[in-house]
Design a protein around this ligand. Structure first.
Ligand SMILES: Nc1ncnc2c1ncn2[C@@H]1O[C@H](COP(=O)(O)OP(=O)(O)OP(=O)(O)O)[C@@H](O)[C@H]1O
Ligand SMILES: [Mg+2]
Length: 293
């Protein structure tokens, strides 16, 4: 069963605005694995929507469906009111959808500046851009993400925090309306996470709509207005960060039934749940108590 109900706390903007992206009953099967099952949600213009869930929940697969890298087995996806199922990634890039990859993919033998210029040539404004204009755009974006000192460095020589920034810069150079970020904070620590959160807020302030996949709950709580939670390919919750982090099904998905049984009664209804402590310990993944399932 798929629930299309709008959460009670929906901000006024969402009730009135037309969604930029609509996902309806999206399903993706890989052989015997249902990676994504009947997922429905909307993304509204200007919002930052969090997409969370334990490892293998289907988050990256969902991004692949939205960006044309994989085709849904069933379901519909519309962007600006038009179906985008079956469109190729470069067509969607021209149309205003850009993403980062969980496993970063810079052109290793190109410099930072050249990598970002490639983004500028393939994005929404790319068709009308000369090479010189693409490099100008690249320089502007590189300054915006504070990678200026690394402009001429080879992409593969960068430490992980800067590679993640480069990944964001490549996507931003495409001048997207919708930016999909797949774990851009993984491997970052302390102040690096704070800086990356600032960058996300700055991108949002430019009017770009953002969907962010992230295991670091501090980031989700800090930047997202709304969160969709996946587990085993299904949507198990949707709401504000406070709502989803106090939702028993979400706690169970992250921390296991045993934890939920022992701690939930004492914590609910309104105490925050320590998902943050768990997931910050391993920024590459959120745990799940498989023995309990
Ligand atoms: N191309 C593929 N072929 C076969 N199975 C796949 C493929 N892509 C994903 N899957 C499977 O689909 C499920 C969801 O994977 P996905 O990568 O979307 O999870 P995720 O939520 O992004 O996890 P993580 O937090 O570890 O990145 C997993 O069981 C995975 O093994
Ligand atoms: Mg993933």
């Amino acid at each position: 069963m798929t629930i299309h109900a709008t959460p009670a706390t929906t901000p006024a903007r969402e009730r009135d605005a037309t969604p930029l992206l609509q996902v309806r009953d999206a399903t993706k099967r890989y052989g015997g694995v249902l990676a994504v099952q009947e997922i429905s949600f909307d993304v509204y213009p200007g919002e930052i929507l969090g997409l969370i869930g334990p490892n293998g929940a289907g988050k990256t697969t969902l991004l692949n469906l939205i960006t044309g890298i994989a085709r849904p087995t069933r379901g519909t996806i519309t962007f600006e009111g038009r179906s985008i199922v079956g469109r190729r990634p470069h067509t969607l890039g021209r149309g205003g959808i850009a993403r980062t990859f969980q496993v970063v993919r810079p052109f290793a033998n190109l410099t930072v500046r050249e990598n970002v210029a490639v983004g500028a040539m393939y994005g929404a404004g790319g068709a009308r851009r000369s090479t010189a204009e693409a490099f100008r755009k690249a320089d502007e974006v590189i300054d915006f993400v504070h990678l200026g000192d690394q402009r001429t460095a080879a992409a593969d020589s960068l430490p992980v925090a800067w590679r993640k920034r480069l990944e964001v810069a490549k996507a931003l150079a495409m001048e997207p309306k919708l930016l999909l970020l797949d774990e851009v904070m993984a491997g970052l620590r302390g102040t690096e996470i704070d800086q990356a959160m600032e960058l996300i807020r700055a991108i949002s302030a430019r009017g770009i709509t953002i969907v962010i996949i992230e295991h670091v709950m501090k980031v989700i709580v800090g930047v997202c207005e709304r969160v969709v939670v996946l587990d085993y390919g299904k949507k198990i919750a949707e709401g504000t960060p406070a709502e989803v982090t106090s939702n028993p099904a979400v706690i169970e998905a992250y921390l296991g039934k045993k934890y939920a049984r022992e701690h939930l009664a004492a914590r609910l209804p309104d105490a925050p749940v320590p998902i943050e402590a768990e997931s910050q310990a391993t920024t590459e993944g959120a745990g799940r108590d498989d023995a309990e399932r």
